[in-house]
Design a protein around this ligand. Structure first.
Ligand code: DX5
Ligand code: ZN
Length: 220
């Protein structure tokens, strides 16, 4: 049995061969496909619109985990829900009405996730911890794959884990950024059970399935 869920971020996929790469992820036993939506404003990069999500929906049965790194995510919720997202996660820094945003995501038929940047305190979650399905603690500053894991975020993962337990929340704790076979055991020990990875999967010297295997085997 797998002790954590593994989400492959297609930010590092070779889009010339997207369908083939998704098939390799499925065969390797990845649990979810993570889609990094960046608007060139909230983060200094511009990436995937709803068209990518609807295209992925046609080529895989795996759940599509959409990470919205955008200003004003509320207006985009219906776009990505209609495109086939399973979960929509919003950066709490972009949501003055986070409670309403979570309601809107649920009403659109998706699971709701809330994301904290490295510089955002765990306390911002306090009033919504019972209402979300997932809490994503960023382990790099968002914008690009291939960045170095920030170990100073580890105590915050433990803090969020305690908040979730204390509130008896169903929220799973996800991490994203710089996760490889060396950093995965650290975030796992701190309480993360949903793991996002791009580079360690897509850029593994021996290919996608070797990358997935190395991550799986780093925690037993
Ligand atoms: C970073 C994105 C991540 C990114 C992770 O802003 O949210 O999902 O793709 O890439 P790696 O695993 O290479 O750090
Ligand atoms: Zn992400």
């Amino acid at each position: 049995m797998n002790v954590f869920r593994l989400c492959a971020s297609v930010l590092s996929a070779d889009f010339r061969y997207l369908a083939d790469q998704i098939k390799q992820l499925e065969d390797a036993g990845v649990d979810e496909i993570h889609v990094d939506v960046m608007d060139g404003h909230f983060v200094p990069n511009l990436t995937m619109g709803p068209f990518i999500v609807s295209t992925l929906k046609k080529i895989t049965h795996l759940p599509l985990d959409v990470h919205l790194m955008v200003e004003n995510p509320d207006r985009m919720i219906p776009w990505y829900a209609e495109a086939g997202a399973h979960r929509l996660s919003v950066q709490i820094e972009t949501c003055p009405h986070i409670h309403r945003t979570i309601q809107t995501i649920h009403a659109s038929g998706c699971e709701a996730g809330v994301v904290l940047n490295p510089g955002t305190p765990a306390s911002w979650l306090e009033e919504v911890v019972s209402h979300v399905d997932l809490i994503l603690v960023m382990t790099v500053n968002p914008g690009f794959s291939g960045q170095t894991f920030l170990p100073e975020v580890l105590p915050k993962i433990s803090k969020v884990h305690s908040m979730v337990e204390h509130a008896r929340s169903k929220a799973a704790i996800q991490v994203d950024g710089g996760i490889d076979q060396n950093t995965l055991p650290l975030v796992y020990s701190a309480g993360a059970r949903v793991i996002v990875s791009a580079t360690a999967i897509f850029k593994h010297p021996n290919g996608i399935s070797a990358g997935v295997k190395a991550l799986r085997e780093s925690v037993s």
